[in-house]
Structures are given as C-alpha cells and as structure tokens.
Design a binder for this molecule. Structure first.
Ligand SMILES: [Zn+2]
Length: 242
C-alpha cells in the first residue's frame, strides 16, 4: 500500500494505523518528536487523567465495569444516537463503563453505542487525552486529507484504507453541561471524526470507496507474538482503534 498515502512521513511502513477506538500506535523510529495530537483550545473538558485514570485503568476497576463491545451488524451501531438526559451520577457511571470497556479492548477512543448505549457520548483517548465529549459536533475540518489505515473496536480483525482530514475541531459539552472545544491533528483528528461518526450510526467501513479493495484482514500474529487486534486494540504496537 505504499505510494497510496499522502503523508510526507513514513506511514507506509506501518501496516495498521487504526483509528480512534483502535489500537495504540507503533513506535515510530524515524520521525521527529511530535506534540500531543489532541489539544484543548477552549474551556476545560472533563478528562480521565491523573489519579482517576490510574484508578479506572486498574485490573479491578476494568473487571468490574467493562462490557462487551458491540460488533458491526448490531442495530445500535447503525442508528443515530440520542441526546443524553441522564442525572450526573448515571452519566458518570456510564462514562466509567465506557472507559473500562475501551481499556479492556485496548482502544484509543470509544463511543457509547459501542457498548450498546445509544447516547451521544464518546471518549477521545489519543495520546491518553482522556477527553469525555458529550454531544460532540465537528466544527471544522482541514482541506488537507490523508489516506491512512483505520480500525474499529466494533469491526474486529479488519482495517481499512480511508481518506480523512488531517486536522479537525470538535465542540462538545462536559458532564456539567459546560462547553469546550478541542482540536486534533493526524490520529487525533481521525479519532475525533471516527467517534462522532459512531454517534451518527456510521462506521468507517461505510465510508470506504470499496470494501473489496480498501478493507484488509489484520495479519495473524507470528510465533511468539501477541495477537494483533485490529482497529482499536493494540496500545503499543498498532495505532489505536476507536
Ligand atoms: Zn469505532
């Protein structure tokens, strides 16, 4: 697939880049250091970082809160989600389940429909941003596009080659109803767009030009290798799935 990417950096050497709820990305050895790919530009979103992240990533917490990720074909993934009208406590417990399920699946982003909850809530976790976005709306996307691999926790075992804007801006509210704005570049933008697509009932496979030419199986692990989850699964070796 080399030559198809418009990235100026050496992305073609990466077999699976994965979107937002996919795997964590591989360590690039030939690129300059990069800054965070998700940046808060206005307001102060509720984030799952610091001590909260530590607690919510613990085996005990994940075992108690993670649920199965719904897979392509499940109706909840293919219908627009609704505006959440939950009490604060219910909202926080839903966010805890969402985060724990993402951690269990080794994703870098997740949307509530993926755990069977048809509400407009997602987590953008590229570079461990841990941003909880309620009723997110895409406010702007760059004209520059990039074709990269994209995976999804709800489409196991496959990744697709898809063009996405290189940068995007998202407005959303936090659990207290306060507005904030974040911007993403590269995988950060990809994740934000992938997760908001989920809230419209759209999966990345729906956006491919061709499911024959642009969709690929994730290669099975070699001897001694860990299994490679597809799109949003491997935190270390692959880019995250969302
Ligand atoms: Zn996804």
């Amino acid at each position: 697939m080399s030559g198809r990417s418009t990235w100026t950096r050496s992305r073609s050497s990466v077999s699976v880049r994965g979107v937002s709820d996919g795997a964590r990305e591989p360590d690039d050895t030939d690129e300059e250091p990069r800054g965070p790919r998700v940046t808060i530009v206005k307001g102060s979103p509720w984030t799952i970082t610091g001590p909260r992240r530590e607690k919510w990533s613990s085996d005990e917490f994940v075992a108690a809160n993670a649920v199965d990720i719904r897979q392509v074909g499940d109706p909840v993934l293919h219908s627009p989600a609704h505006r959440p009208r939950l009490a604060r406590g219910e909202l926080e417990s839903l966010i805890a389940r969402l985060f724990a399920s993402m951690v269990a699946a080794r994703g870098i982003g997740i949307a509530a429909p993926q755990i069977g909850v048809p509400l407009r809530i997602c987590i953008v976790d590229v570079d461990e941003a841990g941003i909880v976005a309620i009723e997110p709306e895409v406010e702007w996307v760059s004209e520059d596009l990039d074709e990269t691999s994209e995976g999804c926790l709800s489409v196991r075992g496959l990744y697709g080659m898809l063009e996405r804007p290189v940068a995007a801006r998202l407005g959303a509210v936090d659990p207290a109803g306060k507005r904030f704005t974040i911007e993403g570049v590269e995988l950060g933008a990809q994740c934000m767009l992938h997760e908001t697509d989920h809230l419209e009932g759209t999966l990345y496979v729906d956006l491919l030009r061709s499911r024959v030419d642009d969709l690929f199986p994730v290669e099975p692990p070699g001897p001694g290798e860990e299994p490679r989850p597809v799109s949003g699964q491997h935190r270390q070796e692959l880019e995250p799935s969302v």
